[in-house]
Design a protein around this ligand. Structure first.
Ligand SMILES: NC(=O)c1ccc[n+]([C@@H]2O[C@H](COP(=O)([O-])OP(=O)(O)OC[C@H]3O[C@@H](n4cnc5c(N)ncnc54)[C@H](O)[C@@H]3O)[C@@H](O)[C@H]2O)c1
Length: 387
């Protein structure tokens, strides 16, 4: 069905903004018509690169009457502030992860949006990808029976930068979607050691979102945190570590699943699986939740062999921003959207609770909940979203 796309604008034109524009140019429900940044060169760079009609200041974007959804791709510490500005400007708000750093910021945005009848949402949306929809279908179809336990493991310590790694990184950053305006300095280089930017807040969101997609919302959390190093190297810089970098614990889900959690940048990985879901009739091994596709393996009781499940879903590539298209379709058709603000706030609640539990030596009951996102139809063509 042909329809008028919802006009969106991007706030923040750094590393991740390119893929959002590419996705918007491939998906009918949305059209990116403006990009803004505090740094005018960054906005100009992206606008010229992708032929976006307008490069403007943050205030001009907020005041633009043409735009219905503003997508915030700003540094983590600003997510609460910028999200609230977008809502107060009367626009629907979609943000990169984490939805906010602190729980109260997230709840304030949800309350203000509800008062104004506006939608909120945010990344991660990698679980729209084929791997995660395959795993979800396996669970929904009963292939592992009743889920009872899970693991979520990110061992993210980086080794010394070798010339090969430097070359690989340079070629990745030269990839059009990740390239940036000359002189651009990623906020990870300045804020990388602060609370809200650690691996737990950065990558942990992918793990939490994938678990919520697979088994629904959580109920309580026990956590312990640590910090092995006072300084870490990021790119060519050494930065001070000011927040826990090793976060481990147990998340109790509302359906009774107990999930062992580890998000750390203190230890080198040894190949432990990223996410596994264990049921009464089998076990599921899932790939890295930072990505949309990847192999999903099933182990049944009869054999310890891991069998790769057939992928029948079409979203097999980086499609960051598909959550915005889903939100736009939700607005157009009056249906709920999947990566909504409740999911975002629930993830923020979980990540903070892991730290608070450690600080207080106590189990933390979560203050938020959310609906388990609806699975995507299996026959959905690539770069489309269901009505
Ligand atoms: N880099 C990645 O691979 C990646 C992947 C997924 C998600 N993310 C998330 O996306 C967000 C942005 O990450 P990034 O890597 O693009 O960061 P970045 O540092 O490359 O870019 C951030 C941009 O925001 C601009 N900015 C700062 N304050 C602003 C404001 N008040 N209004 C408008 N613009 C402002 C900066 O000038 C900069 O151009 C972060 O939340 C990050 O966690 C990043």
């Amino acid at each position: 069905m042909s329809r008028t796309p919802t006009k969106i604008g991007l706030m923040g034109c750094g590393v991740i903004s390119g893929i959002y524009i590419e996705t918007s140019q491939k998906m009918d429900p949305i059209e990116c018509v403006a990009v803004a940044d505090l740094n005018p060169d960054a906005a100009q760079f992206r606008a010229e690169q992708y032929g976006i009609p307008k490069a403007c200041s943050p205030d001009e974007l907020l005041a633009d009457p043409e735009i219905e959804i503003i997508v915030s791709l700003t540094p983590n510490r600003l997510h609460g502030q910028v999200g609230m500005q977008i809502i107060e400007a009367g626009k629907h708000f979609y943000g990169e992860k984490p939805f906010t750093v602190y729980r109260q910021e997230a709840l304030a945005i949800l309350a203000e949006a509800e008062k104004r009848g506006l939608r909120t949402g945010g990344a991660p949306d990698t679980y729209f990808g084929s791997a995660w929809q395959t795993a979800r279908k396996a669970i929904d179809d009963g292939l592992i029976g009743r889920p009872v336990a899970a693991t979520a493991i990110l061992q993210g310590r980086r080794g010394p930068i070798t010339p090969e790694m430097r070359a690989r990184y340079a070629s990745f950053m030269n990839n059009p979607t990740r390239s940036t305006a000359p002189g651009h300095v990623s906020f990870f280089m300045t804020d990388g050691g602060k609370y809200g930017v650690s691996n737990t807040f950065d990558m942990g969101g992918y793990y939490a979102a994938s678990l919520i997609n697979l088994i629904g919302p959580a109920k309580s959390v026990i956590g312990m945190t640590g910090k092995a190093f006072e300084e870490v190297v990021r790119g060519d810089q050494t930065i001070k570590v000011e927040a826990p970098t090793h976060v481990t614990g147990v998340i109790e889900f509302q359906n009774g699943v107990l999930c062992q959690w580890l998000t750390t940048s203190d230890v080198y990985g040894t190949g432990l699986p990223h996410i596994e879901i264990y049921g009464t009739e089998g076990s599921l091994r899932c790939p890295d939740p930072n990505w949309f596709p990847g192999p999903v393996y099933l182990r049944k009781p009869e054999s310890n062999e891991l069998i790769e499940l057939e992928n029948v879903h079409a979203i097999n590539q980086d499609t960051r921003g598909i959550g915005v298209a889903d939100m736009a379709m939700g607005i157009q058709n009056g249906r709920p959207h999947r990566s909504n603000g409740e999911v975002g706030a629930h993830i923020v609640d979980i990540l903070n609770a892991l730290h608070e539990s450690s600080d207080q030596g106590a189990r933390i009951q979560l203050q938020t909940t959310c609906a388990q996102p609806k699975p995507l139809p299996v026959d959905l063509p690539n770069y489309t979203i269901d009505e």
